[in-house]
Design a protein around this ligand. Structure first.
Ligand code: XMP
Length: 323
């Protein structure tokens, strides 16, 4: 579309002007905003952009690999892939409080990112700028997502703490755009549709979809169930109608029967909501056939789950995520 083509040129010029011959670091999350920002900045300054992808082991099935191959192969953007799974999972051991999970993940993220930035500086490539996929709604309302005016319901983890700590200047090429415009710009830049239409995914990842303590085993079970659920949603042609859909692995085991033996396994909850901005949301009204199909597949294909329930809570009073 012509407006986005023009915007693209204008934004590239602005980035060149701001950055001069400096270097930029970008923390990739796998989400649409940071990706569009990265691709745009790469067009502007080429390999003076380095992307850092911190893999915390809390991504969905296959997601880490997809991010890495898209940047390296599709866009040819220099990418540091930090395998920090062991660090994150060991520090989260025994943690069940949702806020402690978020804070631990946020703190580790900054530590890992800083260490990588230092490595680059030591290698003679110090960065002067930090890229962020800040959107216009974030600019006008910096109390993001959930918070009412005075209460913090969830402390959102994102890269917000980074610039002050690292004393870096910000490059925010999406500051004037709304989400749908970012998507249009992403298309203009050649990001694959499947990527652009992706549901939002929280910074703390599967940690907040696994109430109670997190174990590798639980994360593996959750990843399998979630992948099947999303596969059924895509097959039913519902992916783009739904704002966000995911599986939650409950820390509850129930009795079931498989063949002629008794089972005692976890309960999986399915969530799907429609929303405009994530501030309020309605639970999605599936037909029961769909839910039955998804539940049967999950129970048959995922070892460790013997019961599936559907969450019919809207926001408010519920939040979208369970933690
Ligand atoms: P809630 O659960 O608060 O979520 O209704 C609203 C939207 O925000 C996402 N979310 C997060 N995103 N860090 C993020 O980057 C977080 O800690 C976080 N918690 C929730 C959630 O997925 C939904 O899109």
């Amino acid at each position: 579309d012509w407006t986005m083509a023009a915007y693209r040129e204008q934004a590239i010029e602005a980035i060149r002007k701001q950055v001069g011959d400096g270097r930029v670091l970008c923390a990739l999350s796998g989400g649409v905003d940071s990706s569009v920002a990265a691709v745009l900045i790469h067009e502007a300054i080429g390999d003076r952009l380095t992307c850092i992808f911190v893999d915390h082991g809390l991504m969905r099935k296959g997601e880490g690999e997809q991010v890495v191959s898209m940047y390296r192969e599709h866009f040819n953007i220099p990418l540091v892939h930090v395998q920090a799974q062991d660090l994150f999972l060991s520090q989260l051991e025994g943690v069940s409080d949702p806020e402690v999970k978020r804070k631990t993940i946020g703190r580790l993220f900054i530590e890992v990112f800083e260490a990588e930035a230092k490595k680059l500086a030591d290698a003679g490539k110090p960065a002067d700028f930090l890229a962020q996929g800040t959107l216009y709604p974030d600019v006008i309302e910096s109390v993001s997502f959930t918070g009412g005016p005075s209460v913090t319901i969830k402390s959102h983890h994102n890269v917000g703490g980074l610039p002050e700590r690292m004393n870096m200047k910000l490059v925010e090429p999406l500051r004037e755009l709304f989400k749908d415009e970012v998507r249009a710009l992403g298309r203009e830049l050649g990001l694959p549709d499947q990527f652009i239409e992706r549901h939002p995914f929280p910074g703390p990842g599967l940690a907040i979809r696994c109430p109670g303590v997190i174990t590798r085993e639980k994360l593996d079970i959750l990843r399998e169930a979630d992948a099947i659920y999303l596969d059924e949603i895509r097959k039913a042609g519902l992916y783009n109608t739904i704002w966000q859909a995911f599986a939650v692995l409950l820390p509850v085991q129930t009795v079931g029967v498989m063949g002629d033996s008794r089972t005692y396994e976890f309960v999986c909850a399915l969530r799907a909501v429609t929303s405009v901005d994530g501030m309020t949301a309605d639970f999605y009204h599936y037909d029961m056939e769909f839910l039955g199909r998804a539940a049967t597949r999950i129970i048959n294909e995922v070892r460790g789950i013997n019961r599936v329930v559907y969450d019919v809570t809207s926001k408010p009073p519920g939040t979208i995520e369970w933690e």
